[in-house]
Design a protein around this ligand. Structure first.
Ligand SMILES: Cc1cc2nc3c(=O)[nH]c(=O)nc-3n(C[C@H](O)[C@H](O)[C@H](O)COP(=O)(O)O)c2cc1C
Length: 307
């Protein structure tokens, strides 16, 4: 692998810009390819308590994308640190822990617990955090944290004082103006941003009138959302100085290049891994070839979209 793919995400040096989107990847992919070759690994979102997730059916393929309402199923922070994180012991790329909570205090507690873990003599190194602010805020009428700029500023401000590690705030596209939320996170001390989380959507059986998803509204992802994600990345890149980790519909190396043109420093692959688990590996190789052919660093293209 040459140096053409090296990139930086805030404090992190990545060997290449290809990472995996939270909730769409698990350690077991290591049986298919060497996951240490990824630019970074982002875990499934962890919450203070165990979550069994939403009732099924909670996943449906639509004409142009995937709808999911998994509901952050996860073992909870304690079990995660006790028995799951250890799987990443031999990983050589940066490990980013995604977490979420329902109150600001809970977010703080989560970060403190993760920071304490790092202070102990553990064999797994946590390189940074991705804060999932799409969870309902029980202190604010259940509206997602990420929809309110003031809340995002307050939360980021508190979290940024507790860690020296990479602090990524993950933005939701389900807001009036994503650039305002991005700026609030930057002002609060985020060292990078990731975007976008899923769009809100629904799917109904026209013959029976029954929702394909038990809970009704779900998160929409996959190639169909790429233009929305590109638009968000372009707009946010023009508003903030901190680096962006882009995601939303990436399924080929060409998509990665498009996101870099829009202003991203790194990219995460999500839904497209389901039918093709070794896709990130293939994309890294394709990007490598692309850079060798053109003899340039990929990041030279960052933000260079032309009109
Ligand atoms: C099945 C599924 C589970 C997801 N779980 C999470 C999660 O736990 N935390 C999170 O921040 N995003 C989660 N996401 C959102 C993805 O990380 C990503 O932001 C989104 O799917 C857009 O990328 P994509 O179109 O490449 O999938 C999930 C997406 C899917 C499809």
């Amino acid at each position: 692998m040459n140096n053409y793919l090296k990139t930086k995400l805030g404090k992190l040096e990545l060997n290449n810009p290809v990472t995996v989107a939270s909730g769409t990847f698990s350690y077991e992919y290591n049986e298919i390819y060497d996951i240490s070759l990824l630019g970074a690994i982002i875990t499934k979102t962890i919450t203070p308590q165990r979550k069994i997730g939403n009732p099924t059916p909670r996943l449906v393929e639509t004409q142009a994308g995937l709808l999911n309402s998994i509901g952050l199923q996860n073992p909870g922070i304690n079990d995660f640190l006790k028995s799951e994180i250890i799987k990443y012991e031999h990983i050589k790329c940066p490990l980013i822990i995604s977490f979420s909570a329902s109150t600001i205090d809970e977010f703080i507690q989560m970060l403190k617990t993760l920071e304490n873990y790092s202070l102990l003599d553990n064999s797994v190194k946590i390189s940074g955090y991705e804060v999932n602010v799409s969870c309902p805020n029980v202190e604010n009428e259940g509206l997602a944290f990420g929809v309110d700029a003031k809340t995002v500023f307050n939360l980021t401000n508190k979290l940024s004082q507790l860690t020296q590690k990479e602090l990524i705030i993950k933005l939701s596209p389900n807001v009036t103006d994503i650039t305002q939320i991005a700026k609030a996170a930057e002002d609060g001390g985020a060292t990078s941003l990731s975007l976008i989380n899923t769009l809100l959507g629904m799917s109904i059986d026209w013959q029976t009138g029954v929702s394909h998803i038990k809970k009704g509204i779900a998160g929409y992802s996959g190639p169909a959302i790429k233009p929305v994600a590109l638009g968000c990345v372009y707009r946010v890149a023009n508003k903030v100085k901190i680096p962006l980790l882009a995601m939303g519909g990436v399924s080929t190396y060409k998509d990665v290049i498009e996101f870099i043109y829009a202003g991203a420093s790194a990219v995460a692959i999500g839904t497209a891994q389901f039918p093709e688990p070794d896709l990130p590996y293939e994309i890294i190789n394709n990007l490598n070839e692309f850079c060798e052919i053109y003899n340039h660093n990929l990041l030279k293209l960052k933000g260079k979209v032309r009109f």
